[in-house]
Design a protein. Structure first.
Length: 521
């Protein structure tokens, strides 16, 4: 895949100090994320309230779906690097996702699983390649890179903020299919924005098919591009079946891990010593991001049910609380982008390794604040909504220290020949994160106060100090408090562990900084 090492026509077109192509990708990603997060905000409640799945089954399906959403970018990245190019992969992925969202608006079990399969395949083609295309707009060590990716991340979160408000409102007022249908319309708008960028040539030569002769190579009467398309279609029922058989998801995790490590090992043998060193840093960041995702993604599963059952909601439904975090991103992304640029000019911008450690610490503190809400519980085990907002605010700071910086570093540190695949490796943090997030969410299933977990076994004193609850108190106050105790136990315990890992990451940061061998952050 061709990447920018010198200024191209795309990078020469500037707007507000950034490549003009960034803003077309900004709006394409905004609307794609509108579709994705609009659907995601409804999914858990749709399963528990419309399909009448149990909490345990809903968490299992949600975890399997979200894990697959973030493992398929590994394949999508390789296909773009070798055959399709970023542009074609993004367009094809958008079409699959739009079809999936519209099919989800048909309220049957068959359509439910088929639609999830379509979205998984589409996301695998779309997600790693639009981020990689952003990276091609910058030269190596371009000081604007972190600021540019923070702006791009703002687009993600504008879509993620608007989607739960709009889709959840339509679903509540007119029916589930209207909410899911609006998500599909958002995807179509995203495709239009991206195609407009191609038409206006703001990407220069970036993202085109890398090897035309490979793309046109014939086999079984089809060229390789057509073979990829047929394979993508055939993958839809496969992924649908995997979600349906979610209790066996761990076998997929084992297989994916084996293949992932094998291909990473192959790349490590092929690249130079300096590239190998940088790639190891990317892998380290991916491991930290996995822990981040495992806790952060409670916001799409257990926290939604926590808000629905144990928070005194004012002005928002439980599904609409999904908009709180991206709204804070909207408010804070530009100030953070300016902060990094301001610190960079003064030579005080923390290296990415420090930012990752800080991100984990803030995330853990945010979860502990969710747990602390138990002290405000009324007689019905309903907690103050203020804690929900403050917790989201703190974990959003953590997210801004980690997620957009991770996107920036992956495109900067990856071997240029494999950048889209390594972007898929970075996104695999969400694959593993959602897998573990599902396991964490299972700990919140009702009657959690009556069963011991590793959290209550080893962190009981800390949990009681934060929540002012223990199993005896919760049982004495009734089932609603038992459910509340199950939620806050998980948030306090996992939050504590995350803060601890963040502090360890800060200690390792000087060594990681040396391995990166780059002057700018």
């Amino acid at each position: 895949m061709k990447t920018s090492t010198t200024a191209t026509s795309a990078t020469q077109q500037q707007l507000w100090g950034q490549p003009k192509g960034l803003f077309y990708l900004f709006f394409a990603e905004l609307w794609e994320r509108f579709s994705f997060y609009g659907m995601k905000a409804l999914l858990i409640l749709y399963m528990t309230q419309q399909l009448l799945y149990s909490d345990e089954m809903s968490f299992g399906v949600f975890s399997a779906y979200m894990s697959l959403v973030y493992i398929t970018p590994l394949c999508g990245g390789v296909l773009a690097d070798k055959i399709l190019g970023y542009r074609r992969a993004i367009l094809w992925g958008g079409v699959f996702m739009a079809l999936g969202h519209f099919l989800l608006s048909i309220e049957t079990t068959w359509c439910f699983y088929a639609s999830l399969g379509l979205i998984i395949v589409g996301n695998g083609l779309f997600k790693p390649n639009i981020s990689s295309l952003v990276g091609t707009l910058y030269q190596e060590n371009d000081h604007r890179r972190d600021a540019g990716f923070t702006i791009f991340y703002l687009g993600i979160n504008i879509g993620a903020s608007l989607a739960p408000l709009c889709c959840a409102w339509l679903a509540a007022k007119y029916g589930w299919h209207y909410g899911f249908g609006l998500a599909g319309i958002g995807m179509l708008i995203g495709l239009f924005c991206f195609q407009s960028g191609i038409t206006n040539n703001v990407f220069g030569e970036e993202g085109r098919t890398p090897h035309q002769h490979l793309y046109k190579e014939q086999k079984w009467g089809l060229n390789q591009g057509q073979q990829v398309l047929v394979g993508a279609v055939l993958a839809v029922p496969l992924f649908s079946a995997i979600i349906y058989a979610y209790p066996y998801e761990h076998y997929l995790v084992f297989l994916a891990t084996f293949l992932l490590l094998a291909y990473i090992g192959y790349i490590l043998m092929k690249v130079s010593i300096k590239e190998r060193q940088r790639l190891l840093v990317v892998i380290y960041f991916t491991i930290l991001a996995t822990l981040f995702s495992a806790l952060f993604e409670q916001t799409g599963s257990s926290v939604v049910l926590f808000a629905d059952r144990n928070v005194q909601l004012v002005g928002l439904t439980a599904a609409q609380t999904n908009s709180i975090n991206p709204t804070f991103i909207m408010l804070l992304a530009i100030p953070f982008s300016m902060l990094w640029s301001w610190l960079n000019k003064r030579g005080n911008n923390p290296n990415a390794a420090y930012k990752f450690g800080l991100g984990l610490c803030f995330l853990g503190i945010g979860a502990i604040i969710f747990a602390r809400s138990a002290v405000s519980a009324n007689a019905m085990a309903q907690t103050s909504m203020l804690y929900l907002f403050v917790g989201y605010f703190v974990l959003t700071i953590g997210e801004l220290c980690l997620s957009p910086i991770g996107l920036s570093k992956v495109t900067e540190l990856s071997p240029k020949k494999y950048v889209a695949f390594i972007m898929g490796v970075w996104l695999s943090a969400n694959f593993y994160g959602h897998f573990f997030a599902g396991k964490i969410a299972q700990l919140t299933v009702t009657n959690g106060a009556n069963k011991e977990s590793f959290l209550t076994r080893y962190l009981a004193s800390f949990i009681e100090f934060i929540t002012k609850l223990n199993p005896s108190i919760a049982k004495e106050k009734g089932a609603a408090f038992e459910q509340l105790y199950a939620y806050v136990t998980v948030y306090a315990g996992v939050g504590f562990i995350t803060v601890l890992v963040g502090m360890v990451a800060l200690c390792f940061a000087p060594f990681v900084k040396k391995m990166m061998e780059v002057e700018t952050v």
